[in-house]
Design a protein around this ligand. Sequence first.
Ligand SMILES: Cc1ncc(COP(=O)(O)O)c(C=O)c1O
Length: 425
Amino acid sequence: MSTPALQEATSKPLDSAWVRAQFPSLRLQVNGQPAAFLDGPAGTQVPRQVMDAIQNYFLTGNANTCGAFASSRVNDAMIAGARAAMADFLHCDKDEVVFGQNMTTITFALSRAIGRELQAGDEIVVTTLDHDANVAPWRALEEKDVVIRQVDIREADCTLDLDDLKRKITSKTKLVAVGYASNAVGTINPVAEITKLAHDAGAMMFIDAVHYAPHGPIDVTSLDCDFLACSPYKFFGPHMGTLYGKRERLLQFQPYKVRPATDALPDRWETGTQVQELIAGIGAAVDYLAELGRRQDPSAGSRRSALLAAYRATRQHETALLGRLVEGLLPIPKLRFFGIHDPKRFDERCSTISIRIGDHNPTEIAKFLGDRGIFTWDGNYYALNLSERLGVERQGGFLRIGLVHYNTAEEVDRLLSALREFAGK
Ligand SMILES: Cc1ncc(COP(=O)(O)O)c(C=O)c1O
C-alpha cells in the first residue's frame, strides 16, 4: 500500500544548514558533545520564528478575544491568521479547524460529544497499532455499552491487518479510529482506503495524524475523513492540539460548553480561554514550513504549495537518513528491529524506529546514549496495545529513534557507533 503524496518525493537536496540555523536549541551541548535530538516523536524542537511569534503576542496582543480595543483586535487577527495557516496545512476551511490543549484532551471531548448520540450495541473500531489517545477516548464509551472492536496487526512487519479490519467493520460500526502513522514503529497506514471502507459501511472516520504530521503532507479534503487530529508540538510548533472536523460533523454533534459561549463554528468546540500565545506559535510553525518550501522550490506560489514543496524535501532527506540508519542497525548483534526494514517498502513507513538489544532494558540503552548527548526514548510511548501485542511491555518496551528533517547523517553515524559500543559491552 503506498501513499501517493509521498511517492512523488523528488526535490533538490534539503538545505540542512539553513534548517539547522533556524533551530537555536540544536546548539545544545551535553558532556562536551553536541546534542543529537532523536526524540522528535515525543515533541520536536522549535524554530526561532515560533519563539518570536510567542513573544510578539505578549508585546502586541495580550488580551482576551473580541474586545473593543486595540490589543484584543490584534489578538483576534492573530488567531484568525493562525487558523488560516492550519487550514492550509490540513487543506480545509478555516472554520473546520479547532484549537485545543492537546490531541488527547480534544479527542476525549469529541468522544464525549459523539457518545451522546450513540446507543448500546453501536460499534467503534480501534487498532492495536495506535497510541492510547486514539483508543482510550473511544473505550470510555463502553460505559454506554458501545462495543469496541480492535483490529490486529501483522506481527512480521507491524502493519495493520486489513483483512481483520474489513471483518471488524460491520453494519453496526459508527466510527473507525485509526492512526495515520505509528508513533512506535513508523508504519504509515492506508488511511484513504480505510476511510472509504468506513464510509461504505456508513461509519465516520477519525484519523490520529499526530505522528504523521512532521513527516508528510495532510490533505483532509482528498482523504475525505470526518475528523483528523494532530499536535503542533510534534511539527515544530508549541504544545497544543488541533482538530479538523468536517463542517457538518462539527455542527451535528453537541460539545459540552458554557451557555454564554457562541454556538458558531469553530468556537463551540473551543471551551474557555485558549492558550493564545501558543496559537501564535502554531501559525509561525506552519509559516516556517512554508518558508522552507519556498526556499526549496521558489516557484511554489500559495502557502499550501510551499508546504507541499517543504514536505517533498523533508521526506527525501528523512528517507535517506532512514536508509542509513536501518542499514547500520540490522547487523548489530542481538538487535531486534520492529516493523518494515526493506528499503523498497519505505513509502509505507516514516523515519521512526523501535528496537531492542538482547534482554537489555531500553531505559539502560537510552541512558547510555543520553550520557553521550544522544536523545532517544524508551518505554511504550503510550502505544500500549502494540507493546503488549509484541510481548515487550513487561520488559521495558522499546528504544525509539526518531528522525526528523533537522537531523543529520553525522547524528545517525554517532548513534550507530554508540549502539555498536553498547551491544559489544
Ligand atoms: C500518535 C500519537 N497520537 C496521539 C498522541 C497524543 O498527543 P497529545 O500529546 O497532543 O495529547 C501522541 C503523543 O505522543 C502520539 O504520538
